[in-house]
Design a protein around this ligand. Structure first.
Ligand code: UDP
Length: 235
């Protein structure tokens, strides 16, 4: 394996094929509650890699710039080296998770508009929510970068809602990370059942990391179903 540059909770980052790229390898480790809950789920890395690579390729085809360069094997891909913006972008179509808890709205309640929120990518601080003026005050991103990330996040949301709907899956919410690369903001990290809430459209069955967070059982069964349904789409 190439030299490890960094090991995160769910991925390992290694040297790429040249100075402009990195190799990322998806791990089988599942974590929740800021690392407070941790388990090895054999095969998770492969499922997330395939789902995320599939979705990134789908978005690229539709004009979204992403870090994905080349899939190497079941769990690894070459990506563009980018300077990660330390702000996570969360998009919500339906109330769930921390939104439901914080604002006293039942999970599954519909929202009058799509919510885009930002949080600080910082495990030590527990990813606190940030207002735009916090972000600029802390120098995490400029107003222009934030506007661009929110614009791209809403476009990505439309595209993902559509593709998941074809797989009879409701996209409840998700988290995106962006990076600076060659003067542009590009989509980085992953889009997988670890970073999205995905509910079966007909039964509301959870097919995402809430299966792990909430001990609902058969975590990877949910992930596998997401992958199989996406692969079954004809578009
Ligand atoms: N999310 C994520 N990483 C984070 C925080 C949130 O991938 O560090 C995703 C999460 O899986 C969900 C969405 O972002 O799809 C919204 O998460 P929420 O704020 O409700 O927090 P959670 O309930 O996951 O703690």
């Amino acid at each position: 394996m190439s030299d490890i540059l960094y090991e995160g909770k769910s991925k390992i980052v290694c040297c790429g094929i040249d100075g402009n790229t990195l190799l990322i390898r998806y791990k089988d480790t599942a974590t929740a509650f800021n690392g407070g809950k941790k388990e090895e789920l054999s095969g998770k890395g492969k499922l997330n890699a395939e789902i995320s690579n599939f979705l990134f390729a789908h978005l690229e085809k539709r004009g979204i710039k992403t870090h994905l360069v080349k899939v190497i094997d079941d769990t690894s891909a070459i990506v563009k080296k980018a300077e990660i913006v330390m702000v996570e972008v969360i998009v919500r179509n339906v109330a769930a998770g921390s939104f439901s808890k914080k604002y006293g709205v039942p999970e599954g309640a519909s929202l009058k508009n799509v919510v885009v929120e930002f949080s600080y990518k910082s495990d030590e601080l527990g990813d606190p929510m940030l207002a735009e003026s916090h972000i600029t005050a802390l120098g995490l991103a400029t107003s222009e970068e934030l506007e661009e990330m929110a614009r791209q996040a809403l476009k990505i949301n439309e595209m993902l809602i559509d593709i998941f709907a074809k797989a009879r899956i409701r996209l409840v919410d998700f988290k995106l990370e962006f990076g600076r690369c060659g003067g542009e903001i590009i989509l980085c990290d992953e889009i997988s059942p670890d970073s999205c809430r995905l509910w079966d459209m007909d039964t509301d069955k959870k097919l995402d990391k809430d299966r792990f967070r909430r001990d609902l059982g058969d975590v990877l069964g949910g992930y596998r179903e997401v992958l199989e349904r996406l692969k079954g789409i004809r578009d």
